[in-house]
Design a protein around this ligand. Structure first.
Ligand code: 5MM
Length: 339
């Protein structure tokens, strides 16, 4: 393991004004996104869409890394340039999603655990050959009205995240560790904070036990936020304060960056929350983004699967990247949405 190499890649991904574009939708998820704009999810349409994203002018000013799905890492531009090479040539690190999704945790009804550890060492070796500089594993933690998640469900996911992270660092691939507490449900912000705290505590205990070097990883957590169906939604300042309080208690300062997921927030809310956290002042780590839907929803809406809409879609992507780049410095305002 080269700690220097891991640190260099992790720091470059969260360099000033930069964050991550999560474009690692698995085939079922991208089909859902395409269905919403009435585009067919063929391999060629997925390739065209990803080419649109990765060839957008100037995104390298705001995007330090792009997470790809297995199929996408093997695809190329229409001119035959592999996407990983295209991104690297623009100074953007290509990354790869390596979990195989959340499945029911046996004998723990209601809990889920992310799978994908079998054969992961071999898959990582191949992904490295294909140009991946970092990887991502997403653990999904649901909150229900009773006892989910259980302490064991949290431990099982934390253990899997740590085994994945150790395997990545073994071959100098930076692991993005993503424990996502879902914002589905009717729970209040307090419950989200309590569960996120439990999850982060368990994750860092397991990472430490597995000898994962904190300086050579990135954390991709949820923000502390009320469930979508909760009648009492917290304001921007409350979300920012609760999230920073929780992360400051449980995330070691050695971690170079926090790259939040958006989790179903609107694009504007995700930018506003990120901005508020950065406007609070300096934090031990870079406070950045790794948004999927919050970067891509306006792009898909503009594209609609039509070649004639590519320029408008790229404009929408650059706008979201630029606004999140400003939020990295606490310099975003809602009024900028009009521009
Ligand atoms: C882009 O979506 C990613 C892959 O999701 P599936 O495994 O469901 O296909 C997902 O892991 C994503 O990277 C994170 O959830 C963050 O995306 P959002 O949309 O929450 O910002």
């Amino acid at each position: 393991m080269s700690i220097a190499e891991l640190k260099a890649v992790a720091n470059a991904i969260v360099a000033k004004s930069k964050g991550v574009l999560a474009a690692d939708e698995s085939s079922p998820t991208i089909k859902k996104r395409f269905d919403s704009i009435k585009a067919e999810s063929t391999e060629e349409n997925r390739r065209r869409y990803r080419e649109l994203l990765f060839t957008t002018d100037e995104i390298e000013r705001y995007i330090g890394g792009v997470i790809l799905y297995d199929e996408t890492l093997r695809q190329s531009t229409r001119d035959g340039v592999p996407f990983a090479r295209l991104l690297s040539s623009r100074g953007i690190a290509p990354g790869i999603k390596v979990d195989k999704g959340a499945k029911a945790l046996a004998l723990y009804p209601g809990d889920k655990v992310a799978e994908g550890l079998d054969g992961l060492r071999e898959r990582l070796a191949e992904y490295k050959q294909l140009g991946a500089k970092f990887a991502k594993w997403r653990a999904v933690i649901e909150i229900d009205e009773k006892n989910i998640p259980t302490a064991f469900g949290i431990r099982a996911n934390a253990h899997a995240l740590a085994r994945y992270a150790a395997l990545c660092q073994e071959v100098d691939i930076v692991p993005i560790v993503e424990p996502e507490v879902l914002m589905d449900g009717a729970h209040g912000i307090e419950r989200c904070e309590a569960v996120t705290a439990q999850v982060l505590e368990a994750v860092f205990a397991e990472l430490d036990a597995h000898c994962v070097v904190f300086d050579g990883m990135l954390l991709k957590p949820n923000m502390v936020i009320a469930g979508k169906k909760c009648p009492q939604q917290a304001g921007v300042a409350q979300v920012a304060e609760a999230t920073m309080r929780c992360l400051t208690r449980y995330v070691p300062a050695a971690v170079p960056g926090i790259v939040f997921l958006s989790g179903g927030q609107s694009a504007e809310d995700a930018t506003d929350h990120l901005n508020a956290m950065n406007a609070m002042g300096a934090h031990p780590w870079q406070v950045s983004f790794s948004y999927g839907r919050a970067l891509q929803a306006p792009v898909l809406a503009a594209w609609k699967g039509q070649e004639s809409n590519v320029a408008a879609a790229q404009k929408a992507l650059l706008k979201r990247c630029r606004l999140n780049g400003l939020a990295r410095d606490g310099k975003y305002t809602r009024a900028m949405e009009a521009g």
